[in-house]
Ligand binder design. Structure first.
Ligand code: FAD
Length: 412
């Protein structure tokens, strides 16, 4: 276990402890023997892990997962902070929410979920408002006491002030949906920080709707099911990968073992699609993130799990306070863990977070997608493989659907 933690140190996860030894995970295997292997999966995020589980359980086949990081779970991974014992989501807060019954039933076969309901607040000019924009936000912002049945007429008036009929950029689109004052308070600065671009230079189609709730409901998601894995994402992933037919090789980069893979082997690749093809059509652009963590000597720093910062001059977009994600657990009385999220420029080789969905990038992606589709036994998927933002439930659904296709191929 100590050696395992050293491996984590190499990837700068010094503050995390791993609770369990992964029995099926081969940390140290240098003998990478892929002879006769039928399924190789690159990446142990939701896309790769769900496919590994299905192939091992339903087809009864051996699967090897190669994962370049020192832990399983991809960006959904969580660990325990060694200073506070609080569970921390390493790559930004991950709340599980879905309206898809197939996904919900599938994921709950590996873990119970808490009944955590996500609520987000935002600070703008030193005042705190609830998000998404609701009657509570509108009344606080405009200092009014509107009733639900008065909201639509009020918003129509706000929209009519500028009467934008054919929005040509994100700013115009947002104003046409919610009016200028709400746009300037809650969208403009945040969007500028997120993309490092003035919303006037971002395409209108980034947003198609900005829902305004006419009541005081401040549950962030509208989905039928929501919660967090009872024992953390790390335990959830351990359970998904617990089939002895699944072997996980951590700290293993696919591109270093690629030549050893038999040509008949199915490769399920969940890394960046442009990297798979050595960037032959050019690199797809992403936005990066930087997480700055701090243990503070308070029982409670901000009173809620996520506080957004809408002002452009505040350099981070949000602060996560992880103790609030598990109110059912005991957390220290005098310490809390907070993580500030800073959007940042990205370059090839760094962790990609949000795809920059410009027309040029999407056209480029299409070239890669076509190339991948022409290679039999190669399946490229997941958020980096499909170059799009995918929530966890959608990622799981896409993996289950890909497995449905693979299964049909195996049956014929
Ligand atoms: C800041 C942020 C917050 C989010 N919050 C939520 C949320 O609250 N709720 C929600 O539903 N979704 C959320 N998401 C989306 C969620 O992170 C994705 O749905 C999920 O990570 C997709 O899983 P994946 O398997 O496609 O990719 P990943 O989780 O990124 O897994 C891919 C894995 O492949 C590995 N890999 C890549 N290349 C190689 C290689 N060459 N060799 C070996 N291994 C390789 C990587 O190391 C990684 O572990 C959030 C995303 C972001 C950016």
């Amino acid at each position: 276990m100590a050696e395992g933690l050293d491996l984590l140190n190499n990837v700068e996860l010094t503050t995390l402890v791993i609770l369990d030894v992964y029995l099926a995970i081969d940390w140290y295997n240098q003998n990478m023997n892929f002879d006769g292997l039928e399924f190789l999966i690159v990446g142990s995020g939701f896309f790769g892990s769900v496919l590994a589980e299905r192939v091992a359980t339903v087809l009864g086949k051996k699967v090897i997962i190669v994962e370049k990081r020192g832990h399983i779970g991809g960006n959904s991974y969580s660990g325990l902070c060694s200073q506070t014992g609080i569970e921390e989501h390493l790559y930004g807060a991950h709340i599980f929410h879905t309206s898809n019954k197939r996904v919900w039933d599938y994921i709950r076969s590996f873990s119970d979920f808490t009944n955590y309901q996500h609520r987000v607040f935002t600070e703008y000019k030193s005042v705190i408002y609830p998000l998404p924009i609701s009657l509570a936000t509108i009344n606080a912002f405009y200092k009014k006491q509107l009733r639900p049945y008065e909201v639509e007429a009020f918003m129509q008036n706000e929209r009519a002030n500028e009467n934008i009929v054919n929005p040509t950029n994100l700013e115009e689109m947002a104003i046409s949906l919610i009016g200028r004052p709400l746009y300037e308070a809650f969208i403009k600065g945040y969007t500028k920080k997120q993309w490092d671009k003035d919303p006037r230079f971002l395409p209108a189609n980034i947003i198609t709707r900005l829902p305004v709730r006419k009541n005081y409901n401040n549950n962030y998601f509208n989905d039928s099911y929501q919660g967090l894995p009872q024992n953390g994402y790390f335990k959830l992933f351990e359970n998904i990968l617990s089939n002895p037919k699944i072997e996980v090789k951590l700290n293993t980069n696919f591109f270093e073992i690629k030549e050893k893979i038999p040509s008949s082997c199915h490769i399920i690749f969940t890394g960046p699609i442009d990297q798979y093809f050595n960037y032959k059509f050019g690199a797809l652009e992403w936005r990066g993130l930087r997480f700055v963590r701090e243990v503070l000597n308070y029982e409670d720093f901000q009173g809620t799990a996520v506080m957004n910062y809408a002002d452009e001059l505040v350099p981070y977009t949000r602060i996560h306070e992880f103790r609030h994600f598990h109110p059912e657990r005991v957390a220290p009385a005098n310490k809390t863990l907070v993580v500030r999220e800073y959007p940042q420029a990205w370059k090839v080789g760094e962790d990609p977070y949000y795809p920059m969905g410009t027309k040029e990038n999407l056209d480029r992606y299409e070239l890669y997608r076509r190339e991948a589709a022409s290679i039999s036994n190669l399946h490229i998927g997941g958020r980096m493989g499909q170059y799009c933002y995918l929530d966890m439930d959608k990622t799981i659904l896409l993996a289950l659907e890909l497995f449905d296709k693979i299964r049909v191929r195996y049956a014929t």
